[in-house]
Design a protein around this ligand. Structure first.
Ligand SMILES: [Zn+2]
Length: 362
């Protein structure tokens, strides 16, 4: 493979001053996560195998999210934050859904991440799936959290589960607070109308997730696109062709961990499948752009298990790179692969215990 000039991991778009310090790089950012889903692995299979994107939501994710309480959420977020840190991901942009335990849920996620030592921007995905009252409570949770000083955005689940009134209220709240909206858009073909409905509301500070079934990508192109290559493959919804997005593109895991180097590799091969001339530098730019969502990550430091960790031509072909040491906001939060603020074995044991409670409800 040929070599080309590339922008190193440390030169982030949000902070041109970021630089290699010794043998460390900046922290990575997961541009779209669902920390509530960290306990989902191993969950009982649905009675009937889902055959479409909407059936996957109905039979897997909407069964899981309704069963969550705040204690399960706490350990799910702790596990997700721990796994992020172990992969050098020092910042997470989270999108939460949990209709049975809405009030205070964003505080639980923020506190769990703080306990592990990972940055998080929280949002609650507002939806009318549980009636007007559910939508109102979701909006209130976003507003309560943000007005009390929480770092986050206003979340919307997706246009196809929301009334126009809910979409307008969420967009209005985000504009009032100056934080932007974090929303799934056109992930499956059930949500193709999203662009038309959201186009009059969208602003530059919005984070649009998936964007697979867009008729007019330019209509929302002032916003940032979170590309979730693996999740889109897993749900068989199609390829988002992020290179056609006119604005900023970042990478998200959509809740399948927060190993952003792995997401980079998958985004790379998926882009190659669409266009064999794609170079690793393209998904690399998407990876780096995540720092625009959480600027503090640019000043975090990570020392990696592999040499050449800041070279996209190595990153695209090197599996299993992990963080050895990491500093977040100047604090050493990972030392020789072990978290310094929590006991990794205890977090995993508590998460497993909560997973058993969760599965017993499904
Ligand atoms: Zn998602």
């Amino acid at each position: 493979m040929g070599r080309r000039r590339h922008r190193p991991l440390t030169a982030t778009p949000a902070a041109g001053h970021a630089r290699v310090v010794g043998d460390t790089t900046a922290g990575l950012v997961c541009g779209h996560h669902h920390l509530y889903s960290a306990l989902a692995r191993g969950m009982p299979a649905p009675l009937k195998t889902p055959t479409s994107f909407v059936e996957i939501l109905e039979q897997v994710w909407w069964r899981l999210d309704v069963a969550l309480d705040l204690e399960m959420l706490r350990w799910s977020a702790m596990l997700g934050a721990l796994e992020a840190l172990e992969c050098g991901t020092t910042a997470i942009v989270d999108h939460h859904e949990g209709p049975s335990a809405i009030e205070g849920s964003l505080d639980v996620i923020a506190a769990a991440c703080a306990e592990v030592g990972v940055r998080v921007r929280c949002s609650y995905g507002v939806t009318d799936r549980h009636g007007e009252d559910g939508a109102r409570r979701g909006l209130e949770e976003n507003e309560r959290f943000l007005r009390s000083g929480g770092d986050g955005m206003v979340g919307i689940h997706a246009a196809f589960t929301c009334s126009d009134d809910t979409l307008e209220k969420a967009a209005g709240l985000a504009a009032d607070l100056g934080v932007g909206v974090h929303v799934h858009v056109a992930e499956g073909d059930a949500d193709v109308d999203a662009v038309t409905r959201l186009a009059p509301l969208v602003a530059e500070d919005w984070l649009v997730v998936h964007g697979v079934h867009l008729r007019e990508p330019g209509e929302l192109g002032r916003a940032t696109l979170a590309h979730c290559a693996r999740s889109n493959m897993h749900n068989a919804v199609g390829y988002a062709r992020p290179r056609t997005w006119p604005g900023r593109v970042v990478l998200g895991s959509d809740g399948i961990g927060a190993d952003m180097r792995e997401e980079l590799r998958i985004a790379y091969v998926r882009a190659r499948e669409d266009d064999v001339t794609t170079a690793p530098t393209t998904p690399w730019e998407w990876l780096l752009a995540g720092a625009a969502l959480v600027p503090g990550a640019a000043s975090d430091r990570v020392r990696w298990s592999e040499e050449h960790a800041d070279d996209p031509w190595y990153a695209a072909f090197t599996p299993g790179t992990t963080a050895r040491d990491a500093w977040v906001d100047g604090d050493l939060v990972l030392a020789t692969g072990k978290p310094t603020k929590v006991d990794a074995a205890e977090v995993r044991a508590k998460a497993a215990e909560q997973a058993r409670r969760l599965f017993s409800r499904l």
